[in-house]
Design a protein around this ligand. Structure first.
Ligand SMILES: Cc1cc2nc3c(=O)[nH]c(=O)nc-3n(C[C@H](O)[C@H](O)[C@H](O)COP(=O)(O)OP(=O)(O)OC[C@H]3O[C@@H](n4cnc5c(N)ncnc54)[C@H](O)[C@@H]3O)c2cc1C
Length: 398
């Protein structure tokens, strides 16, 4: 448990790809007990390297193809799952790991959610009343024996408070899956995503499905909005995925930038990035595209800017976006509500080859795309996406 909390604490520090690989090596010594704190910090990066560099994973994949795996979820029946670990991810968000038969998969297609229910007193006839809420697992859909939920805990939230009160060994009832958007590889050339807060969860399901399939060439551009830098969930995981996959570009924006707001790399956090950039650029057989978001307090604080500018000017595969806390007059983004300008610059243009996915709290949905209908239908497309020229068939609201 101590290791688990130490790893969690490391979430606050810049995480390099080397660290991710080492973290994986450490974990592989006790494969059945991967600490959830490490998952909170880097699981995406680890699973990415796992999928693309580990012979063990190839072997596991072959195994799973040979035998039709058992499935843990049942769409018609509430099933109890045991909480094995939980970890704080931000000041109001926690990660929960639930376990089941280690030889079974959860049984979730991309992109789907599941339903949880918890008892909430009794009705007049003495029967148990339940609160039921949907959540989107963020663990690999092929993972055996466990699934992870990333949940924002609301002060008055019936289910989120119940979940926050659970201790390892306690159980929660779950039913599903409920399919949202049926994702198939290469269904679109370019997918744009706009997420707010825990609205990142369905996006993560789709991103990981794309990145782990080497035949899927879909480009993904994600705009991820949060209130403050401390609210950005799984940032290290997203950064590692983006740093190691040229088809994934991420732009973070926060309503309340703090002094520490650093974007993808901050200050001396540039050093590991530079190592990777130089390794890529000096190898003429390496066609990896790199997008670097490099944040600093002020324009004067940007380290090695001249060198980075020269590299970027001479290598078309390297794109750099600088962000600063104390902007000069030329400041162009990285702070404030998601704007029309960010959408135009950051997402694929309206076209039949693109799809824009939106997920977040009602305020964000209203601002970006209009909310869903009362009957959970897609509802009318309004907001910034409509203004920019997208049509209803180009947008999916989770
Ligand atoms: C398809 C789907 C997938 C979802 N996946 C996730 C997920 O992966 N992780 C996750 O954390 N949530 C997810 N949600 C939201 C989740 O289902 C619950 O709505 C949320 O956890 C609040 O439930 P609660 O019972 O704790 O709060 P409630 O008792 O329903 O609400 C109590 C108070 O909390 C506040 N509140 C509740 N929801 C919101 C909101 N969305 N925005 C702003 N304030 C709110 C309001 O002030 C409300 O009055 C998903 C929702 C849907 C529809």
């Amino acid at each position: 448990m101590a290791t688990f909390f130490r790893r969690l604490a490391r979430v606050a520090t810049p995480f390099t790809t080397t660290k991710a690989i080492n973290a994986f090596k450490d974990q592989s010594k006790s494969k059945s007990q991967i600490p959830l704190g490490a998952i909170a910090a880097v699981s995406g990066g680890i699973s990415y390297f796992f999928y693309f560099s580990s012979p063990t994973m190839v072997h596991l994949d072959r195994d799973s193809e040979e035998v039709d795996p058992k499935v843990a979820l049942n769409p018609d029946k509430w099933i109890e799952f045991e909480l094995t670990e939980k970890a704080r991810v931000s000041h109001n968000t926690q990660l929960f790991r639930f376990s089941f038969d280690p030889t079974a998969k959860l049984g979730l297609d991309i992109a789907s959610c599941l339903l949880t229910r918890a008892p909430q007193g009794e009705n007049a006839e003495g029967k148990t009343k339940y609160v039921i809420r949907p959540y989107t697992p963020i663990s690999d859909s092929d993972a055996k024996g466990y699934f992870d939920l990333l949940i924002k805990v609301y002060p008055e939230g019936k289910m989120s408070q119940h979940l926050a009160s659970l201790k390892p060994g306690d159980v929660i009832e779950v039913k599903g899956p409920i399919e949202k958007l049926r994702y198939s590889p290469n269904m679109k050339k370019h997918i744009g995503m706009i997420a707010g807060g825990t609205g990142i969860t369905p996006m993560l399901q789709i991103i990981e499905a794309i990145l782990k399939n080497s035949d899927d060439n879909t480009k993904v551009s994600l705009i991820y909005g949060n209130v403050s830098p401390d609210d950005i969930l799984l940032k290290e995981k997203l950064d590692i995925l983006s740093a190691s996959h040229p088809n994934l570009k991420i732009f973070y924006t926060v309503d309340e930038p703090s002094k520490n707001w650093r974007g993808g790399a901050g200050g001396t956090g540039i050093t590991p990035m530079l190592q990777i950039i130089e390794a890529i650029l000096k190898n003429s057989d390496d066609n990896t595209k790199v997008s670097l978001i490099y944040g600093n307090v002020s324009p004067d604080d940007i380290l090695l800017k001249e060198k980075l500018d020269i590299l970027s000017a001479s290598h078309p595969n390297l794109k750099i976006f600088y962000t600063v806390d104390e902007p000069s007059k030329n400041w162009r983004g990285g702070a404030g509500y998601i704007s029309k300008d960010m959408i135009v610059k950051g997402l694929p243009s309206p076209s039949e080859d693109t799809l824009i996915l939106v997920c977040g709290p009602p305020g964000l949905m209203n601002h970006i795309s209009g909310n869903k209908g009362k009957d959970w239908s897609q509802g009318e497309l309004t907001g910034l996406l409509k203004e920019v020229g997208y049509t209803e068939d180009m947008v999916y609201k989770f």
